[in-house]
Write a protein that binds this ligand. Structure first.
Ligand code: WT7
Length: 674
């Protein structure tokens, strides 16, 4: 297969293949195509002429989208100012307020009684529906509560909450007063929270006593207590009472309900410049230190709303939309909070896991609320596939008319299952490629317009320009692979890395000068569809969550018993990739490990240590105690070889190793274990 050969020059910087030959040949044989249903097309928000309009006059296209989809308190002049590239200014001089666009204007238009959120708590029957008018009342009070605590326009507010309506209210309250929020996923540890709070210099944290997880209350506040002790910029902690569990109380703490009750019910939205920071969201990169990705107001909100309309095909009057992401990730920001609410949609907000109290919970919720648009991640689809189609088949899923996928490549097998079992063989699937940095969807089919190709994210949405290039930055022909890049500025693009302009330039704009390099490898098929193959840097994708190998390695080496560590993402049938760690122990710890390769309690101790340092999501699936790590003569760890071990494969070419016997040593040390 010639195409595989053409991929190798674009392999990982360390010479590691970005995709296995097996995966690639499976992909190349995938030629099923699903043309749009004319009845769907007749009602679709997305139309073929959007591509033409955008190609003819990109700036004019975005200006028109911005003026029709958003409400501006002051109109903008220039559409795009790229004179200080790579820091863009979109909709120059325009002023608006994101919370006003997401809530007030729908109430003003007479839709105050429309349900904004059908909240479904994890405990069964813990359900409540919140209208746009109710949301507006809460957002105003919460905004005033923040002001009462001294939060001013421009101050950062950290948010560490479970998936409860207060999370949505908190974000919109920040936006209402122009205080950028920095949400930290509730699954991150107190150490991770502390470093993100400190980097963002957040004044206030909004948290909860806890949330429900698999039938039990799970505490959140203790992590916040730990994260704000000692030298911390945090002056106040607002605490939502969710579970009612006992919590320690400090001088900094205020109950959310008390603060809202005491607050003035009216709070005028603060009009901010189009480029005013809306939020920071930390994401893992190739170094140990997470980056605070900065998004601003006008361009971000526009692209979130536009894509939610043309890609998810949300019709706010009739649809019930559900995105299963957590607000702690960018998907929750763009496709739970900003996009759907800017469009005035009705959505489900679910607190729990898909299998509590039973494995049909998601499908039961779809049946109950007649969910018509469902957006989730391939890892979840594969898990449900493993549980069997008998489970979803017990529920009435006939309300579903659009399905979405995000976070990692969806393998054709999972695509077909999703299409047939959940979508009754007719709901179009949109496989949406984007990143924390891109802010909103960049590559996706438009349902009703594009013929669908299972496994491919397909083409850039109208107004966006992406390409696949070779090492020298030249566009590759159809049928070849390379690096996925974005070659024209886009409205929701990141405006920087918080407090580190140089890092922003070095990370995204240096590989191909003037061009945004996303970090993914991709291939163009004969029809020009883009197949995203995965990261080409040291970033792993576990269940659609981004983790840095270096960050986990640093966490492991911070343990007193670990001398050296190497982490790789090994292919996993369900989670896409899984964290596998190889560790060399310090002299005195070696005896403690029961036997080489095993380590028993020590392995548990190290896994827990990673959970404590970063969060349970980063816990290695496997930790292998080894005597040596494979290194090149210049001392670089050859992760490719470790991945071969982790994936139980024949170890590849070892000729560049400083000591070629190391792999034999590792393998013999590990033999005897499963
Ligand atoms: C990375 C970004 C997009 C929000 C959730 C993750 C991978 C994302 C797809 C897709 C193949 C995908 C990429 C990307 N990715 N969507 N549809 N097909 N890969 O956001 O944590 O910033 O991760 O997720 O590798 O670079 P994120």
């Amino acid at each position: 297969m010639g195409a595989i050969g053409t991929l190798s020059p674009y392999a990982r910087p360390k010479g590691e293949a970005i995709v296995s030959e097996e995966t690639l040949s499976n992909l190349l044989h995938e030629d099923r195509s699903f043309p749009p249903d004319p009845a769907f097309a007749a009602q679709a928000n997305g139309t073929a002429d959007l591509y033409e309009q955008a190609d003819a006059d990109r700036d004019g296209f975005w200006a028109q989208q911005a003026r029709t989809r958003l409400t501006w308190s002051k109109d903008f002049g220039q559409v795009l100012d790229w004179s200080e590239a790579p820091v863009a200014k979109w909709f120059v001089g325009g002023e608006l307020n994101a919370a006003y666009n997401c809530v007030d204007r729908h109430v003003e238009a007479g839709n105050g009684d429309r349900v904004a959120l059908h909240f479904v708590g994890e405990p069964q029957d813990d359900t409540r529906s919140i209208t746009y008018a109710e949301l507006l009342a809460d957002v105003q009070k919460a905004a005033n509560a923040l002001k009462d605590l001294g939060v001013q326009t421009g101050d950062r507010v950290a948010v560490y909450l479970p998936m409860i309506p207060e999370a949505v209210v908190a974000l919109l309250a920040c936006a209402r007063i122009g205080a950028p929020h920095s949400v930290v996923f509730g699954g991150f540890s107190s150490d991770a929270l502390r470093s993100r709070i400190s980097d963002a210099d957040a004044k206030v944290v909004i948290t909860a006593d806890g949330g429900y997880r698999r039938g039990k209350p799970s505490a959140l506040k203790p992590a916040v207590d730990e994260a704000v002790t000692g030298d911390s910029p945090v002056e106040h902690v607002l605490v939502v009472r969710r579970t009612g569990q006992d919590v320690a109380w400090t001088d900094k703490d205020i109950w959310w309900h008390d603060a809202l009750e005491a607050a003035d019910p009216e709070c005028a939205p603060v009009p901010v410049d189009s480029e005013h920071p809306l939020f920071l969201l930390y994401t893992s990169g190739t170094t140990g230190k997470p980056k605070g990705i900065l998004h601003t107001t006008g361009g971000y909100l526009l692209q979130a709303a536009y894509t939610n309309s043309v890609v998810h095909d949300v019709h706010p009057e009739t649809d019930v939309y559900w995105c299963t992401a957590d607000v702690g990730w960018v998907t929750g920001h763009s496709y739970i909070v900003y996009g759907p609410l800017a469009n005035g949609a009705t959505q489900v907000l679910y607190e729990g896991t898909p299998d509590t109290p039973h494995k049909g919970r998601w499908w039961e919720i779809i049946e109950q609320f007649k969910v018509s648009i469902f957006y989730t991640a391939p890892t979840a689809i594969r898990t449900c596939m493993k549980w069997g189609k008998e489970i979803p088949e017990k529920f009435d899923l006939s309300s579903i008319r659009v399905l979405g996928s995000v976070g990692e490549p969806i393998n054709p097998e999972a695509w077909i299952w999703y299409h047939d079992v959940i979508g009754a063989g007719k709901a179009p699937i949109v496989d949406t490629w984007w990143q924390t940095e891109t802010g909103a969807i960049m590559i996706s089919a438009l349902p009703g317009v594009t013929s669908l190709r299972p496994g491919s994210a397909q083409i850039a949405v109208p107004g966006i320009s992406v390409d696949v290039v070779d090492d020298a930055g030249n566009s590759v022909p159809n049928g070849s692979g390379g690096y996925l890049i974005v070659d024209k500025p886009w409205p929701a693009m990141l405006r920087g890395v918080w407090g580190d302009l140089q890092r922003f330039k070095d990370t995204y704009w240096a590989r191909f000068p003037g061009i945004y390099f996303a970090g993914d490898g991709a291939k163009k098929d004969e029809d020009g569809n883009i197949w995203v193959l995965g990261r080409v840097d040291d970033v792993m994708n576990v269940s659609g969550h981004r983790l840095s190998t270096t960050e986990i390695e640093s966490a492991l080496v911070s343990h007193p018993k670990v001398a050296e560590a190497a982490v790789v993402g090994a292919t996993d049938d369900t989670t896409g990739q899984a964290v596998c760690a190889f560790v060399i122990l310090r002299g005195d710890a070696v005896q403690e490990a029961d036997e080489p390769g095993e380590g028993g309690d020590l392995v548990t101790e190290l896994r827990n240590h990673v959970a404590k340092e970063i969060g349970p999501i980063a816990k290695p699936r496997q930790i292998m105690v080894v005597a040596e790590l494979p290194k090149t003569r210049s001392g670089k760890i050859m992760r490719r070889l470790l991945r071969d071990v982790a994936e139980n494969r024949e170890v590849g070419d070892v000729t560049t190793l400083a000591d070629s016997s190391v792999m034999d040593l590792i393998k013999s040390g590990l033999s005897g274990k499963d």
